[in-house]
Design a protein around this ligand. Structure first.
Ligand SMILES: [Zn+2]
Length: 278
């Protein structure tokens, strides 16, 4: 297994760091948090537990099953605008394996926004979203794009067409797109939004007209579109993309169970649309 550094690093604030170890399972997210309140830190732990509950482990026989994420809050562009960003910073892979995985990553949040995100109930959605980028959504869709060609190639930058098989199958099924040959990827929103999210109407304000037959919600509410609409839902398309990225997932729950889980995790604020980059 080899590790390497991804070419781009985000600037991190040098604030006191707290290390919290999660349960050791086949896929284990460990968090280094700085600049957050106790209640905000609890939301991070909950988000990590959510992804760990979906992702069972690695399709390649990776012996390091830990993904370490360093998250911090620091001033960025003031209230509104960019809420946060995230990316893997180092990767891991087997020589001769099929997949490149994140080994470490960073999540940064604008300290001007995080309090209001928490109070309006959308912080969990934002953290889940950014964490999914660290795990690989939009960031590890192309191994050649992160300078380690020869592994997964699920998306060509600029094409707007994600072609990973599991996410595409989910798109056809959950969103009633039987003839689709790709999952549409966002090309609007500029750098950090384009090429890294599922497609929705630019700005996130309008319905796409494409509705989940599991949750009954418009695709603009999907967690991994480029603009946050709360309460967001995690579609089988995003879960399929994790499979395409080389993870083994738990079986998808039956719709009745799924809807109950969504109802329990739903947050109170609706129509809170905020720009989300990265
Ligand atoms: Zn994003």
């Amino acid at each position: 297994m080899r590790s390497w550094a991804f070419p781009v690093f985000l600037l991190l604030a040098t604030l006191p760091t707290r290390h919290v170890a999660a349960d050791v399972i086949g896929f284990d997210i460990q968090l280094n948090l700085s600049g957050f309140s106790t209640s905000q830190a609890a939301v991070f732990q909950s988000a990590a537990a959510t992804w760990e509950s979906y992702i069972l482990g690695y399709k390649d026989n990776i012996n390091n099953t830990v993904l370490t994420i360093t998250a911090s809050a620091a001033p960025n562009d003031g209230v509104g605008g960019v809420l946060g960003g995230a990316q893997p910073t180092t990767g891991k892979r087997l020589i001769g394996g099929r997949f490149v995985y994140a080994a470490t990553g960073v999540m940064s949040f604008d300290s001007a926004d995080i309090g209001s995100l928490e109070s309006n109930g959308s912080l969990q959605n934002v953290i889940l979203h950014e964490m999914a980028h660290v795990i690989g959504i939009g960031s590890l869709w192309s191994s050649s794009a992160v300078n380690v060609a020869g592994y997964q190639e699920l998306y060509v930058a600029g094409s707007g067409q994600y072609t990973g098989a599991a996410a595409l199958a989910a798109w056809k099924s959950e969103f009633n797109q039987p003839g689709a040959t790709f999952v549409p990827v966002e090309l609007g929103g500029g750098a950090g939004t384009a090429n890294a999210h599922w497609n929705e109407v630019n700005g996130g304000g309008s319905n796409t007209g494409i509705v989940s037959n599991i949750t009954g919600k418009d695709f603009k509410y999907e967690l991994m579109t480029g603009w946050l609409n709360s309460p967001a839902f995690i579609s089988t398309v995003t879960l399929g993309a994790f499979q395409d990225l080389g993870y083994n997932l738990r079986p998808i729950p039956e719709p009745s169970t799924w809807l109950l889980a969504m109802a329990l995790s739903a947050v109170a604020v609706r129509h809170a649309r905020r720009r989300m980059k990265g």
